[in-house]
Design a protein around this ligand. Structure first.
Ligand code: H2B
Length: 118
C-alpha cells in the first residue's frame, strides 16, 4: 500500500466527504508531529517547523508551495524568522480530506530534505 507521502491528491469536489472520525486516528498516527486545530468549526492539520533562519523557512515554504501547485491542493503558510507554520485543510468541504493528510506527509518528507530544519 502506498504510504501517505507517496500518494497523490484526488481532485477535490464540494460534495467530497470529510475524513470519517473512525479513520482520523489511523491517519494521524502516520503524521505524529502534526496537531489538529479547529478554527471557525473547520478542522485543520498544523505543524510548526523550527528553521535555522528566515531564508531556510522561506526555502521550505517555497518547496511546499511547489508541491501544492503540482497537486492542486494548497496550504496556509506562515513564514517567520526561524519558523514555518504549515496548515492543511480542504476549503471546499470546510474540513479534512485524505488530501490534507497526504500533503502533511509530503511536507514532512520535504522538510527532511532541507538542511537547517527541525
Ligand atoms: C479550483 C482549484 O483547483 C480549487 O479551488 C482547489 C485549489 N486548492 C485547494 N486547496 C485546498 N486546501 N482546498 C481546496 O478546496 C482547494 N481547492
Amino acid at each position: 500500500m502506498n504510504t501517505l507521502d507517496q500518494a497523490h491528491c484526488d481532485a477535490c469536489r464540494a460534495d467530497a466527504p470529510q475524513v470519517p472520525e473512525a479513520e482520523l486516528a489511523g491517519l494521524l498516527r502516520q503524521i505524529p508531529d502534526w496537531r489538529i486545530e479547529v478554527r471557525d468549526g473547520v478542522m485543520q492539520l498544523e505543524r510548526t517547523f523550527r528553521c535555522a533562519d528566515f531564508a531556510r523557512a522561506l526555502a521550505l515554504a517555497n518547496a511546499v508551495g511547489a508541491a501544492a501547485e503540482a497537486e492542486g491542493h494548497h496550504p496556509a503558510l506562515l513564514v517567520e524568522w526561524g519558523a514555518l507554520t504549515v496548515t492543511w485543510w480542504t476549503h471546499k468541504i470546510r474540513g479534512l480530506h485524505r488530501n490534507d493528510f497526504i500533503m502533511a506527509a509530503r511536507t514532512d518528507a520535504l522538510a527532511a530534505t532541507c538542511e537547517g530544519i527541525q
